[in-house]
Design a protein around this ligand. Structure first.
Ligand code: BGC
Length: 849
């Protein structure tokens, strides 16, 4: 594989630079200014005269959506970034990246808008699921693997959001006040590590401000730190609609303003140069970086692309399943409450014998093995988080699908138990819809199939034959086959006129106007509105139509058609649902309850208000656990939730947002074909009130990071509070004995033995703890911090040794007085651990500068 990973300049780099310079020399100011501005939602203009094709970008990070925001252009959906981080394996992240590059190439995408490497500062952060960890080192390592993988495939990455975009509240305006030390040691650290180790071709400037300057104009962080100190040579693109001014952004280091066609660059930039506010050579610098990116991804004629030999093709389904299995974190696994002889409840063995690591073959029904599967998310799996991270896979394996396939007939029952989806959601199961686009005179301009009830067309992404200028109405029309009898609710999302017809009756005719939200994406992702209810019968098809008169906003920065037909199935008496689930649980050997958040809880665009599971799910778990001692709870959320019943159930498996193959992976893990491989990348609190850092709401426009370097486990340890589950925690299906540790300031060698009965995988974690009083005085440091880790595998009885390098940076702090990294000599304990609190071996090292 030929990829540019080292810092040295190769002959290909030189050849590429020569072509870039020649191309730059041929452009006039107009063309240059145009190239720095999006031509539409996702691309830059091509310039045929210099052999430059249009550069296409796409979200990220769990799949490649492409330039369409609809389900008719499917993409492989991998598990959420929290899940990828939970595998603690940069090589796995690299393979995930390679798959995404493969997907990007298939969809004509040159640059992926990912990974997200902001930190889990507060558990309330709305995009928590989309970032990796509370720890900057783990984040940097996973991000490095991911960037390397994507770029191995010749596709660019855009590491985002630079920087301190750690929450969503007032994200367009908030000024995050962060002192230099936490900024360097925590928030900038993953970006710095990724720039040094993986040389990303792009960075995305965040919406927010940091210390008084909006990030798209942050000269110090973008020009001096990112480019100056770290030597970043890629392009900086604004987050979507984040660029605020022409001169400020260009001088502040922003190369590309997205999306278009209306941006602060283009004509406005030509005018700024004409007025003498911006020197043309500053424009040239930005254009050079964009051309370099184009050359790297192979769309500038004559320039050698960065990658000439692609990695071997990957099987997306298999990889999605593998990542999911490797990411599930088993936080609790107690003995079976029946005749299981103290053996842990997981893995579930169908014939009552000890687990041997092989998959149940599914042919011979087990003697004792029956499972009651319970929960709305067990049937309608929640596989990803909301917002720009959404992709549309062509199929989803729910837990119900996965277990049905893996178990013999008659071994599984399903009951709903509790339905947290109390709000209308995009019409989905049972709907067959087509979008018909018409002009004002009623002429049909074009049609498109819409697998779900959501229409999201932005920029040039319209059905064939349709233009924004001519488009007047979009009618979603087709049939709906109810899964249940009862009263069905229908509604709409979006702005504009709506006429809703169900089974020939017009049940709503009205309009929705623009609200007062300052978030320009509100119209896109905005709230649901119920419009009508209708009594329908299971299995009986009805005609359905939603006629939408497109809401056109003059001078809108993005021309978009965005609305949804929404649906909510019949409501049930919640007590009765729980009672039925309890009955099913009582009749089975094992109860598996899947609990989840909803899209209205975890999504881009807002932070969470609390960490509770929505609806009656806590009551459900308690009732099921009281009825069946072998209750396993699967927690299908992207980020921490409170589990108030955690001591009452036999096992708890965190499955994150597990991607399209989540249900298959879940069957693998529950039934013992695979071990749950994950370790917590973030601390799980007992209750929100215990979390040392949680507030995300700015006061007078400012959010002060007053906790300094104490976030995550650094803060929990300082506060002395015990979380539900500590950072790094996660059980497998075998046991490990840590035998020896040999430590020096530059590495730790750990020997450990698999003392259990099956082959297993362990994540060896190395923490560095300064011995109190044995270092010169410094500002307060955490009790310990993660300094290295490595996954190892061993067969039952086998002993393995792993060498984990320690970096100089692990012994450094950012000295605010000198504005530089400072090595802190002294005595440190090197700790080999299974989690930040389960430390098995330690050794002392003397660190000298
Ligand atoms: C998000 C970015 C995303 C962009 C394009 C923004 O709202 O913050 O992460 O890449 O939209 O969808």
């Amino acid at each position: 594989m030929a990829s540019v990973t080292g810092a040295s300049t190769t002959r290909a780099d030189q050849a590429r630079e020569a072509v870039v310079e020649a191309a730059l020399g041929k452009l006039d100011l107009d063309a240059k200014a145009r190239l720095l501005a999006g031509q539409d939602m996702w691309s830059l203009p091509g310039i045929p005269e210099i052999g430059l094709a249009s550069l296409v970008m796409s979200d990220g990070p769990i799949g490649v959506r492409g330039v369409r925001w609809t389900a008719d252009d499917p993409s492989v959906a991998l598990p959420s970034p929290t899940a990828l981080a939970a595998a603690w394996d940069p090589e796995l992240a690299r393979r995930a990246g390679q798959l995404l590059a493969q997907e990007a190439r298939r969809k004509g995408v040159h640059v992926l808008l990912a990974p997200t490497v902001n930190l889990h500062r507060s558990p309330l952060g709305g995009r928590h699921f989309e970032a990796y960890s509370e720890d900057p080192y783990l984040t940097g390592e996973i991000g490095t693997g991911y960037v390397r993988g994507v770029q191995d495939g010749g596709v660019g990455t855009t590491v985002k959001h630079f920087v301190a975009n750690d929450a969503e509240t007032d994200r367009f305006t908030v000024d995050n006040i962060v002192s230099p030390r936490p900024l360097r040691e925590l928030y900038l650290a993953p970006f710095e590590a990724i720039v040094a180790q993986a040389r990303p071709w792009g960075i995305m400037a965040a919406y927010n401000q940091v210390n008084g300057s909006t990030m798209t104009e942050h000269r110090h962080l973008q020009n001096e730190v990112l480019r100056g100190e770290w030597g970043f040579d890629g392009y900086v693109v604004s987050d979507w609609l984040a660029a605020r001014s022409t001169v400020g952004a260009l001088l502040g280091g922003l190369d590309v303003a997205m999306p278009g066609p209306t941006t602060v660059y283009g004509e406005a930039l030509v005018a700024a140069v004409g007025a003498g506010e911006v020197a043309e050579h500053a424009v040239d610098d930005a254009v050079r970086r964009v051309l370099r990116l184009a050359a790297r991804v192979g769309i500038l004629d004559g320039a050698p692309p960065a990658v000439t030999e692609l990695p071997a093709p990957l099987d997306g389904e298999a990889l999605a399943r593998e990542v999911a299995r490797r990411s599930f974190v088993l936080v609790r696994n107690e003995g079976r409450g029946d005749s299981g002889g103290g053996r842990p409840v997981l893995p579930i063995t169908l014939d009552g014998t000890a687990p041997d690591g092989t998959a149940p073959d599914g042919t011979a029904p087990g003697r004792t093995g029956t499972i009651a599967l319970i929960g709305a998310a067990a049937r309608d799996a929640r596989i990803l988080g909301g917002g720009s991270a959404v992709v549309f896979p062509d199929h989803i394996v729910s837990p119900l699908d996965g277990l049905t396939r893996a178990l013999p007939e008659g071994a599984l029952t399903y009951s709903l138990g509790a339905d947290p989806n109390e709000e209308l959601a995009d019409a989905d199961k049972g709907f067959e819809l087509t979008a018909v686009c018409r002009a004002a005179d009623g002429r049909v301009l074009g049609t498109s199939t819409v697998p779900g009830g959501r229409v999201q067309w932005a920029g040039a992404d319209l059905p064939e034959g349709v233009t924004h200028e001519e488009l007047h109405t979009v009618e979603l029309t087709g049939r709906f086959t109810p899964r249940e009898s009862g009263e069905h609710a229908f509604g709409t999302r979006g702005l504009g006129g709506f006429v809703l017809t169900v089974d020939g009756d017009t049940v709503f005719d009205g309009a929705e106007e623009l609200g007062l939200s300052s978030d320009p994406f509100e119209a896109f992702f905005g709230g649901p509105v119920e419009r009508a209810r209708a009594g329908l019968t299971e299995g009986e098809k009805v005609e359905i139509s939603l006629l939408h008169t497109v809401h056109k906003i003059p001078d809108a920065p993005i021309k978009a058609v965005a609305f949804s037909l929404l649906h909510l199935g019949p409501r049930h008496d919640p007590d009765e649902l729980i009672a039925r689930a309890v009955e099913a649980a009582r009749a089975a050997d094992t109860a598996v309850v899947v609990v989840a958040t909803t899209e209205r809880v975890e999504s881009e665009g807002f932070d969470r208000a609390d960490l509770r599971l929505p609806g009656r799910q806590d009551d459900l778990v308690r009732a099921v656990a009281a009825a069946n001692p072998n209750t396993v709870v699967v927690v299908n959320t992207g980020s921490p939730v409170e589990l108030p019943w955690r001591e009452e159930v036999a096992a708890i498996l965190l499955s994150w947002f597990p991607g399209q193959e989540g249900g298959a992976a879940l069957a693998d893990v529950l039934l013992g074909a695979a071990e749950p491989g994950g370790r917590l990348p973030t601390t799980w609190p007992v209750a929100l009130a215990d979390a040392p850092v949680s507030a995300t709401t700015p006061a007078d426009g400012e959010l002060h990071y007053t906790e300094g370097v104490f976030i995550g486990y650094r803060a929990w340890e300082r506060a002395g509070t015990t979380p539900a589950y500590p950072f790094g925690h996660g059980l497998g299906y075998t046991d490990w004995e840590y035998e020896t540790l040999t430590a020096t300031p530059s590495d730790a060698r750990v020997r450990l033995r698999n003392t259990g009965t099956r082959t297993g995988r362990e994540v060896v974690q190395i923490y560095l703890a300064p011995v109190p009083g044995r270092s010169p005085d410094t500002p307060e440091r955490p009790a310990r911090w993660l300094a290295g880790f490595a996954p190892v595998e061993a067969e039952s009885g086998q002993s393995v040794e792993v060498r984990i390098p320690l970096r100089r940076r692990a012994f450094e702090i950012w000295d605010e007085e000198s504005g530089a990294w400072s090595f802190v000599p002294g005595t440190y304990e090197v700790q080999a651990a299974r989690s930040v609190t389960d430390r098995r071996l330690n050794g002392l090292v003397e660190a000298r500068a």
